[in-house]
Design a protein around this ligand. Structure first.
Ligand SMILES: [Zn+2]
Length: 323
């Protein structure tokens, strides 16, 4: 590599790594969830959401990773929690690290001292339902709920295999070979990786030339029958987390031709930990091509549709308790 192409590769890598790896569903995924939910809101919920969001707008000075979508407040809200996660120091609210191989049961032991996505959803629901709470906090609760219900349906936000939710699993995605971070190769993190393709690439490839509005229409239509069953099942946040966890096992890890072994229950600061996890995963030479994409997109579509319908259920329920 020439010096210049080395720098360009480094910059591209950092962009890819810093942006989506921590975000779960890229911009378009979160926006799709918000748009599906809008189709399932009761008139009361729609009114409550519009009032709270428009009365306490997002700080105009805040740098928005996904741009401002001022025409639709729920779409705009859907990506806000990622824009404030560093300043608010609430990154753990976006996921729950359920180790691979665990049996369905209480999630308490997997929800750390700094919280997790299931607890954050329950806490924000309580704030939204409290009509005496600060309206600014209730508006934020709506923004958090829109985002977190989406996040928890990204399967890699409900599982851990000593790989930072798939961030330490290098994957060749179609023609793109995984490359190490040229600035810090000792960290053994590669791009593309499993978390990244599930956040963004799989969904965006599935959308093709569509946009979140059209994609939401398509998915809402496609899962019309199932959505009645999801609605009838009621609000069970822990159950949803376990479903997402199971989906990660089968559709994320289990869909490769190579077996990805179960690792000890560890959270890594660097992919080089756990006996060189990053390098070991790289050496498996995992490939996510057409076959993987087809099964992954099917699962991602269903997860986005579920997230949208369930988000609407939560907002409808909150609006019911408002006089
Ligand atoms: Zn997030």
């Amino acid at each position: 590599m020439t010096h210049k192409s080395f720098l360009v590769a480094g910059a591209l890598f950092l962009l890819a790594l810093t942006a989506p790896s921590a975000r779960a569903w890229g911009c378009k995924g979160h926006q799709t969830v918000a748009l599906i939910a809008e189709k399932h809101l009761t008139p009361e919920a729609r009114q409550l959401v519009q009032k709270l969001l428009s009365d306490s707008p997002i700080d105009a000075k805040l740098k928005r990773w996904c741009g401002n979508a001022t025409t639709d407040l729920m779409v705009d809200a859907s990506t806000w929690p990622d824009d404030v996660r560093n300043e608010r120091n609430n990154g753990p609210w976006h996921y729950i690290d359920i180790p691979r191989g665990k049996q369905k049961g209480s999630l308490d032991e997997y929800c750390g001292a700094q919280g997790c996505v299931t607890r954050a959803i329950e806490e924000q629901r309580a704030i939204l339902k409290d009509t005496s709470a600060d309206p600014v906090k209730r508006a934020e609760a709506i923004r958090y709920l829109i985002h977190f219900v989406g996040d928890m349906h990204q399967p890699l936000h409900a599982i851990n295999n000593a790989d930072n939710g798939g961030n330490c699993v290098a994957v060749k995605y179609f023609h793109r070979d995984p490359l190490p971070n040229p600035m810090r190769p000792e960290r053994e993190d590669y791009s593309p990786n499993l978390h990244q393709i599930w956040d963004t690439e799989i969904v965006e490839r599935d959308m093709e030339v569509s946009n979140p509005h059209r994609y939401a229409d398509e998915l809402d239509e496609k899962f019309h029958t199932q959505s009645a069953a999801w609605e009838a099942a009621g609000i069970h946040v822990d159950t949803w987390a376990w479903e997402s966890h199971d989906r990660a096992e089968t559709a994320v890890y289990g869909a490769f031709s190579q077996k990805i072994a179960m690792e000890p229950d560890l959270k890594l600061k660097s992919c080089s930990e756990n006996n060189h996890m990053g390098k070991r995963m790289f050496d498996l030479h995992l490939v996510a091509g057409e076959t993987y994409q087809i099964s992954a997109a099917k699962n991602a579509e269903e997860a986005l549709a579920e997230a949208g319908v369930r988000l609407a259920m939560i907002l409808n329920d909150a609006a019911k308790t408002t006089p």
